[in-house]
Design a protein. Structure first.
Ligand code: ADP
Ligand code: ZN
Ligand code: ZN
Length: 802
């Protein structure tokens, strides 16, 4: 038996499979999708089996050294997807496969067999297990190699399981369970009317009161106030049984999640869900764009679509941007589908993520809610993928493999013949344009549930405020309304747009701005540790007391941060209780949730925060939303700046007046005539779309053109320039007439981590060979020994130009 394997050498010359022999004793075990260790030159490397075959053109094949997985970790679909994705994103096979697996699978670990069903375990194998213990996989390989296949088939049938003990403690958790063993004895003890065994009787009546089954020891102890020895005494008498079982670490345990029933859909929702249900029913692949204003009940549409998929015995993935994957959001899914839901997001520990992922692989769940990488959930009977807030830039990974979750999902939708649903109040221009062309089906939800009105928005020009003598960061209108809200005991959300807002240090005498010595970017002021930090490389220095350039003492912090807003609030509205949410206050695990829960319980009047509070929050008492510095993002060197501003303002405004109480929004800024601000205030997506499309067409940007981007970086500026010029001349002789090449020019951030950055941009409509040319360029410089410090990144469909 021969295995075709991709090995862990991310370099241009090895983006293909290599053949290895499968040692005879493992032939029954080996399957595509398993990880292996193979010899590669003098080294031992990890790899994935992609295919098994009977012959090879290569002579003198080496043996696989070790198979790492008892069962495949990649499904055959994911193997195929990885190959497509590698081509699509110009990445290495190995990198794409690694991106599909949880981080715990990359760590070093040891494997153990554990018993799941004692009764099915043959006696001759049972003796090898230490009492209540785990049997080392390696020990079996060494001591009983001929029994290995038997063990593995027991894993397949679910009698045994294999656990990975990862060095970072991702190993599984065991917990005690208790159940009634002998009902008659229990009943007898209960009848005895003595004081003596009071606690024991409490335990028994609790257990008998519940339907027969195993119950968490901890729950029973808490419920009855008994202690462990009490239950152990009952076990000794043979009345109850105590068992240790593996449980998953459930990051959402201990939380009371309210069960929710499907709501009767509004007429609007019924219209919107129709094409989705149609596609589910006919097992057909469609991409459906649900364009629904904030508060129009998109989530309910998602939930009921998922229900229809589950009713067909299929599985569902719902992608949510990391930042809005709040406990509130998760609860809406858990409340409807209970323990059938797995959650994948970066807030989980490595071990927790691994547990959630295993639930999917073992088919213990049928719904996954997660951020970008959940698009790879290893379901085999996928019935739908929903991408909420489809326009979010976090669906694009800006590191290898540079995939977009939308593309991955649509690929999977075709593979499984199932619908892909894109949902947003502010669809990306790309998606909306495709819907208008008929490539996607368009579903529109034009009004809020039960016709709640959209909030009334007022734009305030801060230049005028200044002229009239108001030097505070709050306009008079905003102040009045915040006071009014306080009086009525209603809540306010204050949003500070931080993107593009430099909280930098400026010398008022000479204009000196503190910059990172390694990157061409100004340092950001952090009050908490009185430091200046670089957001690109982590460089940090203390705040200078005098200007390094002119020695003036008038050097000070400039710009607005959430801390500063908080201080100002304390001055002007001392009676208001404020919760601040930003990177600083939410860095500890669980703090995000704690703060939101506190706000939900009305322990605060004002929620102040950055991008983190822009989405997904649904609080009935919020009647006022204040947006400070609405226009800062408009000035970023990014062709999506207007689109992002419009989306953000719409999202944030959408937090107001979602329930019975009416909402109001104040947008403050300096460039308030800008169309993205004006149209956002009128909740007018369609006019924004039309206007922005004209601009994009004029400047030849997406969605009219794709953007190919090659970025060259080198510690020596001249080398970066030289390489990019060579690439540009290589490309210019090949590109079709319709394509436009820009550059080479310096990148918008000209230097990061002491490396100079140069770029070549290609605007194109149809250039089927471009990926191959990019690869040729990369390969060319890889072979050039004098260019070993050169780094190249290549993208066929760049989202930003940074
Ligand atoms: P969106 O995701 O479009 O912003 P949500 O799904 O959060 O909107 O819905 C807004 C509010 O309306 C939520 O509180 C939700 O529970 C409620 N809601 C949604 N659909 C219905 C319905 N059919 N009947 C009653 N209430 C609904
Ligand atoms: Zn830096
Ligand atoms: Zn100075």
């Amino acid at each position: 038996m021969i295995a075709a394997i991709v090995v862990d050498v991310p370099s241009g010359s090895v983006n293909k499979t290599f053949d290895y022999k499968v040692p005879e004793q493992w032939e029954k075990w080996a399957e595509p999708g398993m990880r292996v260790i193979v010899p590669f030159g003098p080294r031992k490397l990890q790899g994935f089996i992609l295919e098994l075959k009977n012959s090879s053109d290569v002579k003198g094949l080496k043996n696989i050294i070790e198979i790492l997985d008892p069962l495949p970790v990649l499904t055959s679909e994911l193997i195929e997807l990885g190959q497509w994705l590698a081509g699509h994103t110009l990445s290495f096979y190995i990198t794409t496969y690694q991106a599909m697996l949880p981080a715990a699978m990359k760590a070093t670990y040891e494997k153990f067999f554990v018993v799941l069903k004692q009764e099915n375990l043959p006696e001759h194998l049972a003796v090898s297990f230490p009492r209540h213990g785990e049997l080392s996989f390696n020990e079996v390989m060494k001591e009983f190699p001929d029994q290995l296949n038997e063990y593995l088939s027991l894993v397949k049938s679910g009698t045994l399981d294999v656990i990975y003990k990862v060095k970072d403690k991702a190993n599984k958790k065991k917990v005690k369970f208790v159940s009634i063993l002998n009902k008659e004895l229990a009943a007898e003890l209960l009848k005895e009317n003595q004081k003596k065994a009071e606690k024991q009787r409490a335990v028994l009546s609790e257990l008998l009161y519940r339907p027969p089954g195993d119950y968490l020891m901890q729950d029973i102890l808490v419920e009855t106030g008994a202690s462990l020895p009490t239950v152990q005494a009952l076990a000794k008498k043979g009345i109850v049984q105590i068992e240790e079982k593996e449980v998953y670490r459930d990051p959402y345990k201990g939380r009371n999640i309210k069960q929710s029933e499907p709501l009767p859909l509004t007429d609007n929702q019924l219209d919107a869900i129709k094409p989705i249900l149609n596609s589910i029913e006919n097992d057909q692949h469609d991409t459906i764009l649900v364009h629904g204003v904030t508060g129009s009940g998109k989530t309910e549409v998602y939930l009921q679509s998922i229900q229809a998929v589950l009713d067909k015995g299929k599985e569902a993935i719902c992608l949510v941007p990391e930042i809005s994957l709040t406990p509130m959001m998760v609860n809406r899914f858990k409340g409807r589908f209970g323990s059938r839901v797995a959650v994948l997001h970066s807030g989980l520990s490595v071990g927790e993520k691994y547990d959630e992922w295993r639930k999917i692989l073992r088919k213990e769940v049928s719904v996954v809610v997660g951020a970008r990488s959940a698009a790879f959930a290893p379901f085999t009977n996928l019935g739908i993928v929903i991408i909420d807030e489809e326009h979010e830039s976090s669906y694009k990974q800006e590191d290898h493999p540079r995939y977009h979750a939308r593309d991955v999902s649509i690929w999977r939708g075709k593979y499984h013949s199932c619908p892909i649903v894109l949902g947003s109040a502010t669809p990306s221009l790309e998606a909306y344009a495709r819907a208008k062309k008929g490539r996607y089906i368009l579903s529109e939800l034009k009004s809020r549930v039960h016709s709640n009105p959209m909030p009334e928005v007022k734009i305030v020009d801060m230049r005028e405020e200044l002229k009239s003598g108001n030097r505070s960061m709050f306009s008079n209108d905003l102040m009045e309304m915040m006071k009014d809200g306080l009086k009525k005991r209603e809540q306010t959300v204050l949003f500070l747009n931080r993107r593009g807002y430099a909280s930098f240090i400026l010398c008022r005498d000479c204009g000196y701005v503190a910059e990172c010595p390694h990157c061409d970017i100004s340092l950001t002021y952090h009050k908490r540790n009185a430091a200046l930090k670089c957001h690109y490389c982590g460089y940090q220095e203390t705040i200078p007391s005098a200007c390094p350039s002119c020695a003036s003492e008038h050097i000070r912090f400039f710009g607005t941060g959430t801390q500063k807003v908080e201080e100002e609030l304390a001055k002007v509205l001392p009676e208001a209780r404020v919760i601040r949410m930003d990177v600083d206050t939410t860095s500890k695990k669980g703090s995000h949730e704690r703060l939101l829960t506190a706000f939900e319980k009305e322990e605060a009047d004002i929620l102040l925060g950055t991008q983190m509070i822009a989405k997904g929050l649904d609080f009935p008492k919020v009647t006022l939303v204040g947006i400070l510095a609405a226009d800062t993002m408009l000035h970023l060197p990014d062709f999506r700046a207007s689109e992002k501003t419009f989306q953000l303002l719409t999202q944030v405004s959408g937090r107001a007046g979602r329930h019975e109480l009416e909402g109001k929004v104040i947008i403050q800024g300096y460039d308030t005539e800008h169309y993205s601000i004006q149209l956002a205030s009128q909740h007018d997506y369609h006019s924004f779309y039309d206007y922005e499309m004209k601009t994009r067409k004029l400047h030849q940007y997406p969605p009219f053109f794709y953007l190919g981007l090659l970025t060259f970086s080198h510690p020596d500026l001249m080398q970066a320039v030289d390489a990019s010029e060579k690439a540009a001349s290589f490309l210019s002789s090949r590109l079709s007439e319709q394509s436009i090449m820009l550059g080479p020019v310096t990148s918008p951030i000209a230097r990061i981590k002491d490396r100079y950055r140069y770029q070549v941009m290609i605007k194109y409509k149809n250039e089927p060979e471009l990926g191959n040319w990019f690869e040729e360029i990369i390969f060319h410089f890889q072979k050039d020994k004098s260019m070993k410090d050169l780094q190249i990144t290549a993208e066929l469909n760049a989202q930003t130009l940074m």
